[in-house]
Design a protein around this ligand. Structure first.
Ligand code: GLV
Ligand code: MN
Ligand code: MN
Ligand code: MN
Length: 413
């Protein structure tokens, strides 16, 4: 034994910078969307770092990547820690990467100290957490817990036209040395470190959030269809213009669908017009709706109001509307055993913290369906995330990793 395992902060910060080079954008963020060449390059680097330290790597049918450090007793299910490596199209360098690389730092810290654990510990990099390229998000953890099967996503086409099936196959093939394992292998518990992606920890001067629950998410795709026509010759009265219907619906969503509910969130992040010609009335307008709420019934009520507003707008323009749900992640809570463990670690490290709920969705919520799971949040500057300007102070990166190490060691003995 070489003493108590200790996070090597300098190494972790260096790794974060190395990974931020993969898919780096001009504005200092990253574009490393799921199953892209950049995502594959990040997986390659992580796999190489793992192999260099003597850890074994595995993949499952949805390309979740696992790095295993053996314990004394191979019969015990491993403890899982990690996050994701994929990013938003104009994402930051910490969303996902922090939790994945801090988890890998935990393995390295244990290795440096020659610290044996009873059960193995595995780092996971979940596939397609973001859902920005291929909807829905958290595909990897959903498949891991059996809430979905990779086949369910075979026909998903990306916003860039890429085909999920082909990109998944190419990603799996990019790590030929990884041993294939069945989906959903037995684990004992799960911990994930992530940036808060909101401003509260920074504002309150806290080092960490002990995440007790995650609010729910629904994703809708709304398509208004009307009649294409000549912009110069078709009088307004005769049009069936899906653009007019769609914008009327959007207006209605903002002014009456979300009244006085401070907890409700509604975002239209994608909007497309077909055929997209300056002098043609469009025949089709499609937009996405992202709805969030901590309460399941409110989520359902908001979805119903969105649907009613869209149907009313379609009717008013003699258009038709189709609405499909591509993602339904109910709100859920984490294990008290695990949150207590994180809290005890924060106290032991004398880090000021609070218990809080997550506004963003995370793989941990799906994993929590099968084993005790919880999350640690660290502050990010001005609460900014899903933005290239995302930034985390080095001290917060390191404290997050220290907390993850402590809570993990408590969980595996
Ligand atoms: C995760 O990226 C989310 O949108 O909550
Ligand atoms: Mn994330
Ligand atoms: Mn994200
Ligand atoms: Mn996320």
């Amino acid at each position: 034994m070489k003493g108590r395992p200790k996070v090597n902060g300098e190494r972790l910060l260096r790794r974060l910078s190395e990974f931020a080079e993969i898919g780096k954008t001009n504005a200092g963020g990253v574009n490393r969307q799921a199953l892209s060449n950049e995502d594959r390059a990040a997986r390659r680097l992580l796999a190489d770092l793992a192999t260099a330290r003597g850890f074994k790597i595995f993949q499952d049918a949805i390309a979740n990547l696992f790095i295993r450090r053996e314990g004394r007793n191979a019969a015990l299910p491993p403890m899982l820690i990690g996050s994701h490596l994929d990013s938003q199209p104009t994402g930051g360098r910490f969303d996902g990467a922090l939790g994945t690389l801090a988890a890998f730092e935990v393995l390295e810290a244990l290795e440096d100290a020659g610290h044996e654990t009873e059960a193995a510990i595995e780092v996971v990099a979940w596939t397609n957490e973001e859902g920005s390229r291929f909807a829905p998000g958290v595909m990897g953890s959903m498949a891991f817990v059996g809430a979905a099967h990779p086949d369910d996503f075979q026909s998903v086409i990306a916003s860039d036209g890429a085909n999920f099936r082909e990109e998944l196959a190419a990603t799996l093939a990019a790590l030929p040395e990884a041993e294939m394992r069945p989906l959903g292998t037995l684990i004992s518990a799960y911990l994930e470190l992530h940036i808060e992606q909101g401003p509260s920890l920074e504002r309150e001067g806290l080092a960490a959030g002990v995440v007790t629950a995650v609010q729910g998410t629904r994703w809708l795709t709304v398509t208004f269809s009307g009649s294409a026509g000549h912009a110069g010759t078709t009088s307004l009265a005769y049009r069936r213009d899906p653009m007019v219907a769609a914008t009327a619906a959007l207006n209605q969503l903002q002014i009456s669908v979300m009244p006085q509910d401070e907890d409700a969130r509604l975002t239209v992040g994608r909007f497309s017009v077909h055929p997209g010609s300056i002098n043609a009335i469009p025949d089709r307008v499609t937009f996405t709706v992202d709805i969030r709420h901590p309460d399941a019934a409110s989520l359902t009520a908001i979805e119903a109001r969105v649907r009613a507003a869209c149907e009313e707008a379609a009717l008013s323009q003699r258009c038709s509307v189709e609405i499909s749900t591509s993602f339904d992640m109910p709100p859920g809570s984490f294990s008290k055993v695990m949150t207590d463990r994180i809290e005890a670690a924060a106290r032991a490290l004398e880090l000021p913290y609070k218990r809080m709920i997550s506004g963003a969705f995370h793989d941990a919520l799906f994993v929590a369906r099968v084993v005790p799971a919880a999350m640690i949040f660290v502050p990010c500057r001005d609460g900014i995330s899903h933005n290239e300007a995302e930034y985390v102070e080095p001290v917060d990166v390191i404290n997050g990793a220290r907390l993850l190490l402590e809570a993990t060691m408590e969980s595996v003995s």
